[in-house]
Design a protein around this ligand. Structure first.
Ligand code: WT7
Length: 626
């Protein structure tokens, strides 16, 4: 983007927001083009958020059908499995046919508009087809990352009342298999209500099928019609639910609706990546996360840019995997996470330099703050010093990117997401809720006003939506992030200020880990805080108090890890479990997490005032055992 065209976008938004937002909506194919744009109030008494409310469209049409007349046989997605070189290309016509088959099978099983469908799949082309099939018939998909445990899956099935689960026999990651179908079976033992399990084939393993409930897709595929008329959806009809961790309680079902989400993803994909006809776009995110929804799948498909669906990990079979794959496939844009960059940086420049990477024209990063050292390595070594980097800040809740430098228009700064996109109004507030004006300041990051991709509600709990995001700072959306605005007015995200830990770009709620730990019969109490980690960004440090008379030990640590794996998944296993004789508490019994954080960070000279603690002695013990 040129500085002039960026300035023109900002000016157009300032002059006439309504016209500006309707213009963005013209990127899509609508059955009925909306006359309205945004309509919202963040006031408790009249809370609502609506975008393009009178518009009618279908997202699968925007991803597939619109490309068929001219480009049916062009590549829509490239499947890159765990084992390099064993992938295949899928054209728009093929993806359209697969989507319609799955849509028809879902319909046969009674799925229709508004019904929730759970998707628990590896990164196979049929996973894209399954999401698009839901969109086609107006069903609401809820994708659960394959690394989550059966119990987590069950919790989500129950929360959204899904009657259908789409899964695969097994997943394969880094040479290891993941028993997806067996996990679904286990989840269905816990959660009631699942009537149909559609099982796709990934490895062809022998797995048990339950009569009446389970369908092997391969047994039905050939008889299913490749025609399925798209359901005309209202712009505000829900498109998907994606569960994400917050500071309290169980994960929230973040609801995104059809029209606004699609407009925001199409708009940001265009502004941030400026797609060209000969691009091959590779976002390494799994569809189990919002990045996978917006930029592995929907963004590139709407733009008509082929997208890589990567079912592996950056370090398998070795740490040159990304670079080898980029050369073999001819990837032009790489969008990945700081945690992957740091892990590969540790392996040195050799694995990178072995490969040419000359097809690349743009690099991107997402998911957590990128430390300047990793940014420089990404820029100097991976990008040979010639490629711009988009450091994109956003959240599950925001649907798409909100802040990033735009190549050509914004000066890049290692570690800074720099500036908001047109139409986005960030502000910093102090703990009293006062806006902090001027530059070279820090505060909590809020947003004024709405944008099309904003989440609309928490599934089944609209009050929780309001309480979580709009009560701390009335009239504003609170992101949960801390942030600095430097002397030039550029933004630097400093990380979560709530009880969310960002481990390798995965959001983990401290409360969830704590309740998994206290589920162990010997545990009296647990408190979980983040600790800095070279590769993961943040790691989980758990303080655990045992029942009177019990002793901490490594075998007990293993049992506690197993507890976390069972209740949440391996991704939430603590880096460190510290057995604690007691936890620092105020006289009213509140755990002083601030002190625990400092202990976990090793900042022992910054523990602050401990004199108000009920028993100041516990801190000394924790510091000693660190
Ligand atoms: C949190 C949202 C964005 C989609 C993937 C993660 C952190 C995200 C950046 C960035 C600094 C970032 C924030 C945010 N974050 N991108 N470029 N720079 N921090 O989505 O799981 O909803 O997590 O990730 O702390 O609040 P998510």
């Amino acid at each position: 983007m040129t500085p002039e065209s960026l300035a023109a976008l900002h000016a157009a938004h300032a002059a006439d927001p309504h016209a500006f937002w309707l213009n963005q909506a013209r990127r899509l194919v609508w059955e009925r083009f909306p006359a309205t744009s945004g309509d919202w109030s963040f006031d408790r008494s009249d809370f609502h958020i609506r975008w393009y409310g009178d518009g009618v469209l279908n997202l699968s049409v925007n991803c597939l059908d619109r490309h068929l007349p001219a480009r049916a046989d062009d590549v829509a997605l490239l499947f890159e499995p765990d084992e390099p070189g064993t992938g295949r290309a899928v054209t728009y016509a093929e993806l359209h046919a697969e989507t319609c088959r799955l849509a028809n099978l879902l319909k046969e099983r009674g799925v229709g508009r508004g019904d929730r469908v759970m998707i628990y799949l590896p990164m196979i082309p049929e996973a894209a087809a399954a999401m698009l099939a839901c969109a086609r018939i107006g069903a609401v998909h809820s994708v659960v990352f394959g690394g989550f445990s059966p119990e987590s899956l069950a919790g989500r099935i129950e929360d959204c009342g899904a009657r259908v689960v789409v899964t695969a026999d097994e997943g394969v990651r880094g040479g290891k298999t993941i028993p997806l179908k067996a996990n679904v079976d286990e989840a269905c033992e816990i959660a009631a209500g699942v009537e149909t399990v559609i099982m796709l084939t990934r490895t062809g393993a022998e797995v048990a099928l339950r009569e009446g409930r389970d369908l092997r897709y391969d047994d039905h595929r050939d008889r299913l019609s490749i025609d399925c008329p798209p359901e005309p959806m209202g712009a505000e009809d829900p498109l998907f639910i994606l569960y994400t961790s917050g500071s309290t309680g169980k994960p929230k079902g973040v609801v995104h609706t059809t029209g606004g989400y699609a407009v925001w993803v199409a708009t940001t994909f265009d502004w941030v990546f400026e797609p060209r006809p000969d691009d091959l776009f590779w976002c390494t995110a799994d569809i189990g996360w919002i990045t996978g929804h917006s930029y592995t799948l929907y963004g590139p498909l709407m733009a008509g840019v082929p997208t890589v669906m990567f079912d592996g990990i950056p370090t398998y079979p070795d740490s040159s995997r990304l670079w080898e794959t980029i050369d073999r496939l001819g990837v032009t844009i790489l969008y990945t996470a700081p945690t992957a960059i740091r892990a590969l940086m540790r392996e040195g420049d050799g694995p990178v330099r072995k490969h040419r990477r000359d097809s690349l024209r743009l690099l991107g990063t997402v998911g957590e703050p990128i430390n300047p050292e990793a940014w420089r390595w990404y820029h100097d070594v991976v990008g040979d010093g010639r490629l711009p980097i988009v450091d994109t800040w956003w959240q599950t809740e925001t649907g798409g990117v909100l802040m990033t430098p735009l190549p050509g228009a914004t000066r890049m700064k290692p570690g800074s997401a720099t500036r908001p996109l047109p139409g986005i109004e960030p502000l910093l507030v102090d703990p009293q809720g006062q806006e902090i004006m001027g530059d070279d300041v820090s505060g909590n990051l809020c947003l004024r006003g709405s944008w099309p991709g904003q989440m609309r509600t928490v599934w089944g709990d609209p009050q929780r939506f309001i309480d979580t995001y709009f009560v701390t700072y009335p009239g504003l959306y609170f992101t949960g992030d801390g942030c600095r605005r430097d002397a030039d007015g550029d933004y630097w995200i400093t990380g979560r200020v709530d009880d969310v830990i960002n481990v390798s770009g995965h959001r983990i709620g401290t409360a969830e880990v704590e309740s998994a730990l206290v589920a162990h019969p010997l545990v009296a109490e647990a408190a979980v805080v983040p600790a800095p980690h070279d590769l993961k960004g943040q790691a989980i440090h758990a303080f655990v108090t045992l029942n009177a008379g019990e002793q901490g030990s490594d075998p007990l640590r293993a049992e506690l890890n197993a507890e976390v794996r069972k209740h949440i998944g391996a991704l939430a296993i603590p880096e460190r479990i510290q057995f604690a004789p007691g936890l620092p508490k105020t006289r009213s019994g509140k755990i002083m997490r601030r002190i625990l954080r400092k202990i976990a960070e090793g900042q022992l000279d910054q523990l602050g005032d401990t004199s108000t603690l009920a028993d100041p002695g516990v801190v000394e013990a924790l510091v000693r055992d660190r």
